[in-house]
Design a protein around this ligand. Structure first.
Ligand SMILES: O=P(O)(O)OC[C@H]1O[C@H](O[C@H]2O[C@H](CO)[C@@H](O)[C@H](O)[C@H]2O)[C@H](O)[C@@H](O)[C@@H]1O
Length: 281
């Protein structure tokens, strides 16, 4: 069996800002840009349906996608995140990379999670029943994941939410636990994650070339899989911080800094020295 390499981890506070050194970051190469959604392109808010992309961020993404490949890699349902962004020249990897779509009617499910659908269906039903009496608890079904939200649950009921979720997980060996910001996720128990989805897209879009460098920006624990996969191959940028160390090599402080970085990146790519490079999308 192939042994996974262990990623080097850092304290987020020690990382240099990605804003300072765009030309140095790119090492003369053209980026392929992979972006998380919640906490990266939009602020974290109480209601997931209210995490709306600002018009400025949308324009920024649109302009960037005109000069280099751009994909949004999210824990959200693919159709949901694609609807929130509404740009048809981007790729979307939803359910943590199990469900991918893109321009030209591309749609594929590369992680092999179809067999987990009955377990997800059953778990979703049970969770909704068993958590309905807890104020603020919310069960969000995605095609290949379920997020149990406890952001709006009173502190003295959070343990109950976690216990119910752990019990349901135990009934379904086809599923495994994932953690995020005030959510517990149930995901297919497979060796697939955002990092593998990024590598899959690089291969599929013919981006594994010496003059292209993958760049991944994200804020949460699930983005660590992508940072780890890109160590030695590309650039990982952590937004803010989460509860752990990070495999990213750079940081940005906030959603506002992500927008500033993407705008500067677009400007850099549209200077005469870079303008001749083709967009592979
Ligand atoms: O991978 P991402 O695009 O970052 O998606 C991760 C999860 O994001 C959403 O939940 C998070 O954002 C919500 C809105 O700001 C917030 O209320 C929640 O507490 C956060 O965990 C989304 O609802 C989940 O499905 C995603 O897995």
């Amino acid at each position: 069996m192939k042994k996974e390499a262990t990623a080097l981890k850092h304290d987020p506070q020690t990382l240099p800002s990605a804003l300072q050194e765009i030309p140095g970051l790119l090492q003369g190469k053209k980026p392929a840009v992979f972006l998380d959604y919640d906490g990266c392109l939009t602020h974290i808010v109480k209601d997931p349906d209210k995490a709306i992309l600002s018009e400025e961020m949308k324009k920024t993404l649109q302009q960037l996608a005109e000069v280099c490949p751009v994909a949004v890699v999210s824990g959200r349902d693919r159709a949901n995140v694609a609807k929130l962004v509404q740009l048809d020249n981007l790729y979307f990897a939803g359910s943590h990379g199990f469900d991918i779509s893109g321009p030209g009617n591309m749609h594929t499910e590369p992680g092999g999670a179809k067999a987990a659908l009955p377990a997800l269906e059953a778990a979703d039903k049970t969770l909704k029943q068993k958590l309905s009496h807890i104020d603020g608890a919310m069960v969000e079904r995605k095609r290949y994941a379920i997020a149990v939200h406890y952001r709006n649950v009173a502190d003295n009921h959070v343990e109950e939410v976690k216990k119910v979720t752990a019990d349901v997980l135990q009934q379904h060996p086809e599923l495994k636990e994932g953690l995020g910001k005030k959510i517990i996720e149930l995901k297919p128990n497979l060796d697939w994650h955002k990092g593998k989805a990024v590598l899959w897209l690089m291969e599929e879009l013919d981006l594994n070339k010496p003059d292209i460098i993958p760049l991944y920006i994200g804020d949460d624990i699930t983005d660590e899989d992508a940072f780890a996969e890109l160590q030695g191959k590309g650039i990982g940028i952590l937004v803010g911080e989460h509860d752990d160390q990070t495999a990213a090599g750079h940081r940005l402080e906030s959603v506002e800094e992500v927008q500033e970085f993407l705008q500067k990146l677009t400007q850099h790519l549209t200077t005469p020295a870079h303008a001749g490079m083709e967009n592979n999308l």
